[in-house]
Write a protein that binds this ligand. Sequence first.
Ligand SMILES: Cc1cc2nc3c(=O)[nH]c(=O)nc-3n(C[C@H](O)[C@H](O)[C@H](O)COP(=O)(O)OP(=O)(O)OC[C@H]3O[C@@H](n4cnc5c(N)ncnc54)[C@H](O)[C@@H]3O)c2cc1C
Length: 475
Amino acid sequence: MGGSSSINSMSYIRGNRADYDGWAALGNPGWSYEEVLPFFKKSERNLDYGGMDRTYHGADGELSISRYPYIDDPAIMLTEAFNEGGLPLVDYNGAQQVGTNQAQSTVENGMRVSTNNAFIQPIRYRRKNLTVKPNSEVIKILIDEDKNAYGVQFIRNGKIYKAHARKEVIISAGSLNSPKLLMLSGIGPSDHLHNLHIDLVQDLAVGENLHDHPTFNGYVIALSNRTATLASQRQILGTVQAFKYDEIKNGPLSANGPVNSISFLKSEPHLKEPDVKFQMDITIWEEFVKEPTIADSIPILPNAFYNGIIPRTENLVPKSRGKLLLNSSNPYGNPRVHANYFGDLEDLLPLVRGARFLLSLENTHAFRSRGAYFVRQSLDACKHLKWGSDDYTICVAQSYTSSTYHPVGTCKMGPETDRKAVVDPRLRVYGINGLRVIDASIMPIIPRGNTNAPTIMIAEKGAAFVLEDWHRSFL
Ligand SMILES: Cc1cc2nc3c(=O)[nH]c(=O)nc-3n(C[C@H](O)[C@H](O)[C@H](O)COP(=O)(O)OP(=O)(O)OC[C@H]3O[C@@H](n4cnc5c(N)ncnc54)[C@H](O)[C@@H]3O)c2cc1C
């Protein structure tokens, strides 16, 4: 329940005004920044509202957003360093995105707020028109010969059931599973479905336009003992920290370590909007030195306890597009994901410029005064290159490419003239009656932020379309 919002890093980041103006300019009326802002605010219950600009923030929605109650010293160090490096302190969900600050997160009282906690639990068992069937996997959308979607087929405890829709079917299975489900139901590229012997219902570019924010995790910051928060499991469990969390929902366990530090950079002076984001993971730097492979594969404690930081440099404006295909017509298998990161080599450039900026932070007062530094340890695949050089960064980005877990675009929203569009600007699947897709897969272009907040905004817009379209019959 809650999908990725139940396991994600909780950062609440909307992206940039230009992203949504860009969606509208592609032929999607209703999706400009001015038009989507009310839908971001609608679900937002900003617990720091008093201190926020009300033009951009809401206080009355279902989804709690707040800063963590506890911020550790490494997170403060990072914000200070980015600030010294030239990034102003900003509300990146407000008037200006370029800058740095502590995270706004889907958090209340130091605890995660998933979409399940926020939207479903408060009404579950209370509304007659909501039934939740847990542990059920939809395997097909039911579509009649006049192309009306009239229900879904799903499997639960090994048995197959059908659920019938009186008005319409809404698919919200995410960027990997929504296209899979559409294709299994005969909606997708005709040649691909033909090869898998799936009867074609509607020929659409389902699964194309897959993209994400490509990133890499090859540089590691070592913290001195003064700043490191590393503790043994015993220390954590037996001490005041566990007690503090349990009793007052404060202390390191109520926070997210260096993930708290969020920064946006325009990596070239002529750019109008940011093209690079920095977000952090944790590590134990001695382990990385012992085995210099992929730094974030080192098993670690909760984000609160660490002595090394992996700054992820993310490309916010990827040009490469991948695609998602089915492996077979068997609904229980995984789809084939061709990420195609750096298919367009220009996608490396923001990462190179971002890494240069990142490495320069070693000279800041924030780093020096705390004895923090970058570990000069080359990764195996790139050790023939000079550590820290542009060539080294490129090698690391290509050899240790990583997803930011932001796949989008596989059921692209667009006007009828767009050959790649799967849904129209009211999120209805082209050529099928009574079928909508409402999730991250409809994004035509990934925003310059994270994807949870935009997906929730898309859900608010989708809910408004449903209400508008069926208003009379709801009365
Ligand atoms: C590890 C990780 C960290 C992330 N960190 C952040 C972050 O800090 N901030 C941020 O903004 N974004 C983050 N994201 C991304 C963000 O959480 C997602 O983009 C967003 O949740 C996508 O929402 P969605 O509804 O499109 O899909 P999902 O969240 O994937 O939800 C799809 C739901 O559909 C269900 N489902 C799928 N197939 C079927 C089926 N056949 N039948 C029935 N149910 C099905 C799934 O179980 C799931 O519950 C992160 C993601 C991950 C994985």
